[in-house]
Design a protein around this ligand. Structure first.
Ligand code: 4AD
Ligand code: MG
Length: 430
């Protein structure tokens, strides 16, 4: 019977064959322990000299790291391993012998590992992070489909900028100028006027010269947009969604969280509603905490966000930022016209902003004035202005950065390990 490491749990007491790679190996005169991996998981194969043909035992002792095999044996329970079972090996067929695999069980520097990202992905920790990434993506689709959203895919090649012009990747579109999308939001607003509640989930690009543990040049963004929805209602969707994906990872990625030594007690607390603090109160709080470098009207840096987040156990919404530090499209706050109806969601434990969202301006003349004030080329926003001419409604939406969210939930220090092939400042290879 051909199966996988994951499905081998259904074959306790039976012989199976698994296509696998040799991740690691220990052996003595009488026994060899093979660490096998097949993409679905990691499992130990035990080869006992007295129970297999002489050549098989010799082969088991000589197989090199990352050689590919078909391995056959009986699946037996093993309560010492996290998996709960192992294989008593009876036969090994080597498909290809690997030589001098560069990533050995010893420690390697990050730059070396990043140069070998195509191979590093095979290691246990990276495997766990990618499985958590997959679970967050899966649960995201489940949440939004279940709640009546339609997935709409905005273009990646665009002619206009939603988030300001300084971080755009420029390219030629035949004879025209084009930019890689930094956010699909403006198109998602058009989609919301056609389908009510919509979401997009795809790559976005920021030509940002930031070299921090939170910044990628290419990252995946989830962007829901909702017609007839106030900012207040959008915040409820955000907290319910975050609680949903955290719970999904806790439920479905137990082995992975354990392998990553994630303190799950912190994740178990993540239930809606989340605390909120206004931008004004956050500034006051920071002054009390001794941050004298920040004034009303400044944007928060990573140390400020971390100080605010450390005050709470849960993700925290910072609401109503000053108009002048936010993009052109945000609806003014009726209680204070110097601020807008927006929120950033700050993850706990220093992982920073994971969501930015707002209510969008729905009045045509106000929007035109804001586009002008930001010195944007109004010609390329005509389609966006049309949405305010033909049945404009209050609407809100938000954008979540997938990699920062994974870093927080998986407890990984740097976003570069949450993307299979991260695009970083000075790194386009592999
Ligand atoms: O706050 P941002 O720039 O918001 C927008 O782009 C809105 N148009 C979204 C919307 O309302 N539809 O980006 C949203 C999120 C951030 O909170 C952060 O999690 C992530 O995207 N993000 C990055 N992640 C990794 N690397 C970067 N350079 C990022 N820039 C933003
Ligand atoms: Mg933001």
């Amino acid at each position: 019977m051909k199966t996988t490491i994951k499905n081998a749990k259904d074959y306790i007491g039976q012989d199976v064959t698994i296509g696998a790679w040799l991740a690691n190996k220990r052996s003595s005169g009488k026994i060899a322990f093979l660490q096998l991996r097949d993409g679905t998981g990691f499992m130990q194969g035990v080869v006992v000299k007295s129970e297999v043909d002489e050549e098989i035992f010799k082969l088991a002792k000589s197989i090199t790291q990352e050689s590919s095999l078909y391995i056959t044996g009986e699946i037996t329970e093993d309560n010492r391993s996290d998996l709960g079972y192992e294989m008593q090996v009876k036969n090994i067929e080597v498909i290809q012998n690997a030589h001098d695999y560069p990533i050995t069980p010893k420690e390697h520097g990050t730059e070396f590992l990043m140069d070998h990202r195509h191979l590093w992905l095979r290691s246990k920790k990276q495997h766990a992070v990618m499985k958590i990434r997959n679970e967050i993506i899966r649960a995201t689709y489940e949440f939004f489909n279940h709640n009546g959203f339609t997935k709409i895919d905005p273009p990646i090649l665009t002619a206009s900028a939603p988030e300001g012009t300084s971080e755009l990747f420029h390219t030629k579109y035949f004879d025209e100028d084009a930019f890689l999308s930094q956010s699909g939001q403006l198109y998602m607003e058009a989609a919301a006027m056609a389908y009510g509640k919509v979401f997009s989930f795809g790559p976005t690009f920021r030509a940002e010269k930031s070299k921090t543990r939170r910044h990628l040049i290419e990252f995946w963004m989830l962007e829901p947009e909702m017609a007839f929805t106030t900012h207040e209602e959008s915040l409820k969707v955000q907290e319910n969604y975050i609680a949903f994906i955290v719970n999904a990872v806790l439920e479905n990625c137990k082995l992975e969280l354990k392998l990553l030594n994630r303190d799950t007690s912190k994740l178990e607390k993540v239930k809606a509603p989340f605390p909120r603090i206004t931008y004004d109160d956050a500034i006051e709080f920071l002054h009390k905490e001794g941050f004298n470098d920040i004034e009303w009207g400044d944007d928060f840096g990573a140390p400020h966000e971390t100080a605010i987040a450390n005050h709470y156990d849960l993700p925290v919404f910072i609401v109503n930022y000053p108009t002048k530090i936010k993009p052109f499209y945000m609806q003014p706050n009726p209680d204070n016209e110097d601020t807008v109806l927006c929120a950033d969601l700050i993850a706990p434990e220093g992982y920073g902003e994971i969501i930015g969202g707002s209510e969008r301006i729905n009045d045509l003349s106000l929007l035109e004035a804001r586009i002008e004030a930001h010195q944007l080329d109004i010609e390329s926003y005509q389609y966006y202005l049309d949405l305010r001419k033909y049945g404009s409604v209050p609407h809100s939406g938000f954008g979540l950065g997938l990699e920062r969210t994974i870093a927080w939930i998986a407890g990984v220090e740097h976003v570069r390990e949450t993307s299979p092939f991260p695009r970083l400042l000075n790194r386009l290879y592999p």
